[in-house]
Design a protein around this ligand. Structure first.
Ligand SMILES: [Zn+2]
Length: 90
């Protein structure tokens, strides 16, 4: 199984992965390692959007879509983002 890579845009002093809408900190980066891991963030309800970034919740993702008039991908159950494989499913 291949791990999904999430591209996160970062500015010079930004070592935090933040919600793209409300700016809530989701995770921290140390030497390109995401803490907590993408998997942990996903499990705790944060929303990964491929080639875009993260939202802290489905609500923020939906609000962002409305605000900027765009559509993100959906998971099979109709949620924004993608279904991530977690190690427990291996
Ligand atoms: Zn948010």
């Amino acid at each position: 199984m291949e791990k999904t890579k999430i591209i996160v845009t970062s500015t010079e002093d930004n070592t935090f992965c933040k919600c793209q809408l409300c700016d809530k900190t989701i995770a921290e980066f140390k030497n390109d390692i995401m803490i907590p891991s993408a998997e942990e963030c996903y499990k705790s309800g944060n929303v990964p959007v491929p080639n875009f970034g993260w939202f802290c919740s489905q609500k923020c993702a939906l609000d962002y879509e409305t605000k900027f008039d765009i559509k993100f991908g959906r998971t099979k159950d109709g949620k924004v983002g993608q279904t991530m494989k977690t190690s427990t499913s291996e």
